[in-house]
Design a protein. Structure first.
Length: 390
């Protein structure tokens, strides 16, 4: 009755089952994976957003496949301020989420069975998004040596006759590294030479630990490039579903791409008028929220480093931005088994590295977005019980 693309194993994982059992007991539990900014204790005044959402101008239905011009112009205003870039609002397409944006691009670029190359470790949601559009993901492994690095030979080896696009996350989730200037140029040249599109997810771009990093939209693109971002991370409003695709590159490639995206977007018309009218106010929320998030990230990272400095078994991998930290523990077992033991013994929930496609077994991932006291206590328990594992 059902399609093969939805033939998922929906049973709870052993880690999830262990966490559910632990939470049903009397012991306290600490979830070090929480990355929902709307549930992380930040203070935001949404009165301007509420006023914008109740604007009577949102009553008439005035469909626009790319989104209303005023809404797209507010995205251009954001890039002017955040990146000192002047974007063409005609090259912007508003979507309800980056997930929808990926789906639009997969449909634009790929036939059934075509491939999109991406770098691992990376976010596991891509597997589901690609599978739902009958697209195959081709992984190319990053390597770590005092920082994350691109293995260009691995990228070239992952290319097949069905490759249609390269997917990058800048900064990457969960490694937190930015694509370097030399690697940005290399990918640009590679995609231009091979006729691939370049898809770049920049949702965490504003969260850097050492100054602003440039968007791919500032590159003199030779390849057809699509940059994705949205309110979920920029304004910390995942509940306000709005994101976008910005097309960039040679006019002879951008023009037909936009023409086809116009039809795709017009087929769904999924973004509501009130959300578009409220977009300027929604983007303004970032002025309140981003300083709080950046302070939280810095405080938790400093606390983590302070606690790590008092022992020798666990180390932290270098991170340049984003909301996560990667911990390296003694590789006595696979990362999911280690995470299950932390739940059972310490009541601490972390992501196993295998969740993100880490090749090594000794990797755990924690969120830096958690309230400071809870984060400090969770890390203390984690380190104590890692010592006990030895």
């Amino acid at each position: 009755m059902f399609s093969r693309r939805t033939n998922w194993d929906v049973r709870p994982s052993p880690l999830s089952e262990s966490w559910d059992v632990r939470r049903q007991g009397l012991d306290s539990c600490i979830d070090l994976t929480v990355s929902n900014p709307s549930a992380a204790g930040f203070t935001v005044d949404l009165s301007a957003v509420a006023a914008a959402l109740s604007d009577g101008a949102g009553a008439p239905y005035n469909p626009s496949s790319f989104g209303q011009l005023a809404a797209r112009q507010s995205v251009c205003d954001y890039y002017r301020e955040a990146q000192e870039l002047e974007l063409n609002p005609g090259h912007l397409l508003l979507t309800v989420s980056t997930s929808e944006a990926y789906s639009f691009l997969f449909r634009l670029l790929c036939d059934s069975g075509d491939e999109v190359l991406f770098l691992q470790p990376s976010y596991p949601l891509f597997d589901f998004l690609a599978g739902l559009d009958d697209v195959v993901l081709g992984p190319a492994a990053l390597f770590y040596d005092e920082g994350w690095h691109l293995d260009r030979d691995a990228v070239l080896a992952a290319i097949t006759t069905r490759t249609k696009a390269v997917l990058l996350v800048h900064p990457n989730n969960p490694t937190g590294h930015f694509i370097s200037a030399t690697d940005r140029r290399w990918f640009n040249d590679l995609c231009a030479e091979r006729g691939f599109a370049l898809i770049v997810d920049e949702v965490f771009l504003d969260y850097s630990f050492a100054g602003r990093h440039p968007s791919f939209l500032g590159e003199p693109a030779k390849a057809l490039t699509f940059v994705l971002s949205g309110l979920s991370k920029i304004s910390g409003l995942p509940q306000m579903k709005l994101a976008w695709i910005a097309a960039h590159g040679p006019d002879e490639l951008v023009k037909p791409a936009l023409e086809r995206l116009d039809v795709i977007a017009d087929t769904f018309l999924s973004l509501s008028t009130p959300m578009q009218l409220a977009l300027p106010a929604l983007l303004d929320v970032r002025r309140q929220l981003q300083p709080q998030i950046l302070q939280r990230l810095g405080t938790n990272l400093a606390n983590l480093d302070g606690q790590l400095g008092q022992q020798k078994l666990v180390t932290r991998l270098k991170v340049e931005g984003g909301w996560y930290a990667v911990l390296r523990i003694p590789e006595l077992e696979d990362s999911e088994s280690a995470a299950i033991r932390l739940v059972s013994a310490a009541g601490v929930y972390v992501h196993p590295g295998s969740f993100f496609g880490f090749r090594s077994g000794g990797m755990l991932v924690v969120s830096l977005l958690i309230p400071e006291d809870t984060f400090a206590k969770g890390i203390s328990l984690l380190l104590k019980h890692i010592q006990d594992f030895e």
